[in-house]
Write a protein that binds this ligand. Structure first.
Ligand SMILES: [Zn+2]
Ligand SMILES: [Zn+2]
Length: 171
């Protein structure tokens, strides 16, 4: 009988997913290969930002994202801020050369605390993201411009926040 416990514990920490902008000025790696949530977002900000019908976001733990971000990359990223519906601020990190949005980090209304999940724009991930995985949600569908399809898991506003995974060994 295979020892599942030993396999899980002995497996090396998987590397993250490679991310790059359109021009290659920004390159980084997500803190792990599996996001803690995935959503197609139909909010107005995602529509405008993507220049398309809706945005696609995958979420990773905020502390891990900033912890894994090399200082040089952090300095290269430009930031655009806009207020959120809940009274906080969305900090939007993008490439200043080609304009591609990389990820968003929301500051809560207290003005200091970051929301526990950072939203990467799913399309900047070069390879390894499971677009066919179960669990993709459609959020902010109250402002959707496309016809909502049967079988989509839809939320009029944001989805309830995903559970924060336990910290991995060595992090
Ligand atoms: Zn770029
Ligand atoms: Zn959105």
């Amino acid at each position: 009988m295979p020892d599942a416990t030993a396999t899980a514990t002995d497996a090396p920490s998987p590397a993250g997913l490679p991310v790059s902008c359109l021009c290659g000025h920004i390159r980084l790696t997500t803190p792990s290969r599996t996001p803690m949530g995935m959503a197609f977002c139909h909010c107005t900000a995602c529509r405008k930002q993507s220049g398309s019908a809706f945005g696609a976001s995958v979420y990773f733990p905020t502390d891990a994202v900033f912890g894994a971000l090399p200082a040089e990359t952090r300095e290269r990223l430009a930031v655009f801020e806009h207020p959120t519906d809940s009274g906080g601020t969305m900090r939007c990190f993008f490439c200043p050369r080609c304009g591609v949005r990389i990820f968003n980090a929301a500051v809560l209304p207290d003005g200091r605390t970051l929301r526990p999940g950072v939203a990467f724009k799913a399309g900047v991930i070069d390879e390894g993201l499971d677009w066919q995985a179960e669990g993709w949600k459609h959020i902010w569908t109250k402002s959707a411009v496309v016809k909502l399809q049967e079988g989509w898991e839809c939320f009029e506003k944001g989805a309830p926040p995903p559970p924060i995974p336990p910290k991995e060994e060595g992090q």
